[in-house]
Design a protein around this ligand. Structure first.
Ligand code: DGT
Ligand code: MG
Length: 390
């Protein structure tokens, strides 16, 4: 009897921060479907279900090959009954009824459009939806009271929903670098977020700003922002002050998602390179097809196609003693971060934030000047940024 092809059982660790998750993977049909359900759970404020689907997705992303049959999933962590049901249906029928229904539902579509407005979260979007608003143009017409962020979000809706390219991120890097050097020579900027993980596009551009001498970074951000404003480079900005404090007892509150760095949420006004003369990758290709091009009211809202593009930029200032933690915390992915904190708490009795790592048993902070040291403190194998795409 000929031996059949040997079944190779893949084993994966239970926490995403113990796994290598590349940007490109073999199961996009499955992950895209499950992400719709994750997103829908988020819209319904069902966090448990949202995370469960995202964990399932991250396991599929880490697989070295495409899933072809349910047996391929044997022994894998984080694949709950619901996710398995969806996967089974897609493997058998090519699609999932639940996913199709979700994609077509009025609520899902409205929530997706409305939460796509910068400054609008699930709670606001849900209230608007229940008031009968379904898209940004409805909001504009309805005379809702909007805060400054939301006004900017509406005004630049099309641009802010067009992916930012790596080429655009590089142009912004040079602008930020120049301004930061002018304000404080010797200060350093680092591109973080998805671009540091190797993504070619993103929804925003994230930077850390620091100075090799502790304390020199204080007071830097308002000056940087004001210089950017003077140069007409900002369409919107909101700066929050640093509110981080260390105590002997450890982090004052359980580490939350929001960190306490001095930080500027902004919208840059980025010149579009001219077609013929620019050596840059022209962003036009990405902009031609607006994701909501059918909405003419919005086209008017955004005005004529300008020779600039609105781009979301986050500037975060960190003292050099916290730099490694900030770098790890801002590189993402979001799920990778969440899993790191869960690992620290559940497996190591430690509290990890973008500022520090605290050992709850020994009641002491564990210092680190590189990401490698933080992984070592946590007893984890080092995972480079390009493999943190969980
Ligand atoms: P993108 O921009 O769509 O390509 O995706 P990312 O991965 O760059 O995600 P983004 O820009 O939302 O955030 C970058 C990482 O920074 C993400 O993994 C989570 C983290 N992050 C975002 N906002 C905060 C925050 O307020 N506090 C902390 N500690 N981390 C944050
Ligand atoms: Mg980002």
């Amino acid at each position: 009897l000929e031996p059949g092809p040997k079944a190779v059982m893949i084993t994966l660790n239970g926490y995403a921060c113990q796994r290598r998750t590349p940007l490109q993977h073999h199961n996009t049909v499955l992950t895209e479907a499950l992400l719709v359900l994750a997103e829908n759970a988020e819209f319904c404020e069902d966090e448990g279900r949202n995370i469960a689907f995202k964990r399932a997705v991250s396991v599929l992303k880490a697989l070295p090959q495409a899933v072809r049959k349910m047996g391929d999933l044997q022994g894998l962590p984080c694949l709950g009954e619901h996710s398995q049901r969806v996967i089974k249906e897609i493997l058998e029928d090519g699609k999932s009824r639940e996913v199709e229904t979700t994609l077509q539902s009025e609520q899902y579509q409205a929530m997706k459009s409305l939460t796509g407005i910068f400054g609008v979260g699930v709670k606001t979007a849900d209230r608007w939806f229940r008031e009968g608003l379904q898209q940004p143009s409805d909001v504009a017409r309805s005379g809702q009271r909007l805060n400054h962020a939301q006004q900017a979000g509406l005004q630049y809706y099309n641009d802010l929903n067009t992916p930012v390219t790596k080429a655009e991120a590089d142009v912004i890097s040079r602008i930020v670098e120049g301004v930061v050097q002018e304000v404080l020579p010797g200060a350093e900027i680092t591109l973080t977020g998805g671009f540091r993980r190797g993504k070619q596009t993103g929804h925003d551009v994230d930077f850390l700003i620091s100075h090799p001498e502790e304390g020199r970074e204080e007071g830097l951000l308002p000056k940087v922002v004001s210089l950017l404003e003077t140069q007409g480079l900002l369409l919107y900005q909101k700066t929050t002050r640093n509110s981080y404090l260390e105590t002997k007892e450890g982090p004052a509150r359980p580490p939350s998602n929001m960190d306490r760095f001095e930080r500027c949420f902004s919208i840059f006004k980025l010149e579009r390179p001219r077609h013929s003369t620019s050596p840059e990758e022209p962003p036009q290709a990405a902009c031609e097809e607006s994701p909501r091009g059918e909405d003419s009211a919005l086209e008017q809202l955004a005005g004529e196609r300008q020779d600039w593009k609105a781009v979301r930029v986050d500037l975060v200032v960190t003292p050099v003693s916290q730099f490694a933690f900030a770098l790890l915390g801002w590189t993402g992915s979001q799920l990778f971060e969440r899993e790191l904190r869960r690992w620290a708490g559940q497996e190591k009795n430690m509290s990890l934030s973008s500022h520090a790592l605290f050992d709850n048993k020994r009641k002491q902070y564990l210092r680190a000047s590189s990401e490698e040291e933080i992984f070592a403190h946590l007893g984890l194998e080092y995972i480079p940024p390009c493999e943190r795409n969980a």
